[in-house]
Design a protein around this ligand. Structure first.
Ligand SMILES: Cc1cc2nc3c(=O)[nH]c(=O)nc-3n(C[C@H](O)[C@H](O)[C@H](O)COP(=O)(O)O)c2cc1C
Ligand SMILES: [Mn+2]
Length: 504
């Protein structure tokens, strides 16, 4: 056979990245495939939006698009559960995959490898365009009124109404070398101010400190209804100094279109539903929260947090505000944050030469644990004792930006599918020795939000971290008794082929 006889290789399916770079077309696609539903009645942003959205998450129902909201100007809309799990067959991760322009049937491994490939590609810088949909309506200065938007009270425990639950902050280092896009919540304070966390370990906190050290406010913008790929990248713990905008360009294969901010020299995505501009105060704080949170609990007290001053607002016609109603999994803190953490951690561990095949923050574990599948063939190499592996994971992960976020690590062999919680539970129950399997790291730094931390650990910012060893012990003689493990391949094939003939 000569080369010309051979059929041409099928071209890789061209990804349609338009929805990944434009929230409105992302929403259109969800509605078209039945993974979002236009709610046909007037709904109250006071708790009712939250209640419907929570129920949608918890039943894997389509994302609710609230087109008529009590007290809101006509045309102003809310989308709940923008990255909830889908109940459509074979499309559990469909809403997450759609954030990146991947097929709705993509598996967790396919999503993670896609995210990791872009971490090793050249960044693609954004391109400045003269205008875009986000500029269809604009107000500045004294005309700014955030109350114009239907700002929802999401849980009855919340200390206020949250405008920013699925949007991202934009800040830039004073020397201009580092632009940070990052997701964090913001609570409405009054017509022109918001309040929310800017933790010193997060990139917004680091850049805020640089400006404060100069005695200046931090120029700031917030994007709501952002390009979905940009939102996800803004929830990704990329290393310090890496600009998320260039990563999104690499991820989608084209530069993100941005427009110049009206007031402060930053650039904001042109394809956004709502853009806020202003500054993060160098010294003003106000009470924020409490709010139902990613770990699944609401605590009774709020905290003092920095104040964001809004000096200009612009929005697309008939703007859609996406909301995350945080709490019990699965919501976006698990499906988006957890997925982006998994990709960052997997890349970090692999790059350090550890025999890790896959990493997954089980959505059910509320971003409080990450499960690592260890490549059995590579771990049997000399030198990789269990003890050494546990130590190496701790040395690489715990001091890192991504490792700060997740307190618990579970090691399993790669016969376990770490994205299947049932297999992870089985491994935990049958492979972890209670006396010797749990390794604790009282000095490792960690996020102070973890519910079980002692007041002392919260104060010191360290402790409550562990690595649980579920690796099969040396000399283990069991094999897995299951459909996959206990029958010859030929018989399994026949049983599957004949399945309906058995009467199923
Ligand atoms: C829905 C959602 C809400 C989030 N809320 C917060 C938050 O309020 N505070 C925070 O520090 N991180 C929050 N995160 C996680 C950060 O976005 C994530 O850690 C990201 O890496 C931060 O950006 P940075 O790495 O550039 O600092 C949230 C993530 C998601 C998906
Ligand atoms: Mn960052």
């Amino acid at each position: 056979m000569t080369s010309s006889d051979r059929p041409a290789p099928a071209p890789a399916p061209a990804l349609d990245v338009r929805p990944a770079l434009d929230f409105r077309s992302f929403l259109g696609e969800l509605l078209a495939v039945g993974d979002a539903v236009a709610i046909g009645r007037t709904v109250d942003p006071h708790l009712e939006v939250g209640a419907v959205t929570r129920r949608a998450y918890e039943t894997h129902a389509p994302a609710p698009l609230f087109g008529s909201l009590t007290g809101a100007a006509p045309g102003f809309r809310i989308l709940g559960a923008p990255a909830g799990l889908s109940g459509l067959p074979q499309q559990r991760y469909g809403r997450i995959a759609a954030h990146f322009g991947l097929p709705r049937t993509a598996t967790p491994r396919e999503i993670l490898e896609h995210l990791i490939r872009a971490m090793h590609a050249e960044p693609v810088a954004p391109v400045v365009v003269p205008t875009g949909p986000c500029r269809q309506n604009t107000v500045t200065g004294g005309a700014v009124d955030l109350e114009r938007f239907p700002v929802p009270l999401l849980h009855q425990e919340d200390g206020g109404r949250y405008l920013g639950t699925y949007g991202f902050h934009i800040v830039r280092s004073p020397d201009g070398s580092w632009t940070s896009w990052s997701v964090a919540r913001t609570m409405l304070r009054d017509r022109t101010t918001l309040v929310g966390p800017a933790m010193p370990q997060q990139h917004i906190g680091m850049i805020h400190r640089m400006w404060r050290d100069r005695g200046e406010d931090t120029p700031w913008a917030m994007v709501l209804g952002a390009p979905p790929a940009a939102l996800a990248a803004a929830a990704m713990p990329l290393p310090d100094g890496v600009s998320e905008d260039g990563y999104v360009g690499a991820l989608t294969g084209r530069p993100v279109e941005v427009v110049r901010a009206l007031t402060n020299g930053l650039h904001v995505p042109a394809h956004a539903e709502i853009v806020l501009e202003g500054h993060l105060s160098r010294d003003r704080t106000a009470p924020e929260g409490p709010m139902g949170e990613y770990h699944g609990y609401a605590f009774p007290e709020g905290r003092e947090q920095p104040v964001f001053h809004v000096e200009a607002v612009s929005w697309r016609d008939d703007p859609v505000l996406p909301v995350c109603v945080a709490g019990l999994p699965p919501e976006e803190n698990h499906t988006i944050w957890g997925t982006m953490i998994s990709a960052s951690a997997l890349d970090l561990l692999r790059t350090a030469g550890l025999p890790v095949d896959l990493a997954w923050c089980s959505y059910e574990a509320a971003t409080c644990w990450i499960v690592l599948a260890v490549d059995r063939a590579r771990r049997s190499a000399p030198g990789w004792t269990d003890r050494r592996l546990v130590e190496a994971v701790a040395e690489v992960l715990f001091p890192s930006h991504v490792g700060w976020l997740v307190p618990k690590v579970i090691l399993v062999d790669d016969d376990i599918d770490v994205t299947d919680i049932r297999q992870v539970v089985w491994a935990l129950a049958t492979r972890c020795h209670p006396g010797t399997g749990e390794h604790v790291f009282p000095d490792a730094p960690g996020i102070p939000m973890v519910p079980y931390l002692t007041p002392e650990e919260v104060r010191s910012g360290a402790g409550g971290k562990s690595i649980t060893n579920c690796l099969l012990p040396e000399g283990f003689r069991g094999t897995t008794a299951s459909f996959r493990g206990s029958y010859p391949a030929e018989l399994r094939r026949r049983v599957l082929a004949d399945w309906s003939r058995y009467g199923y």
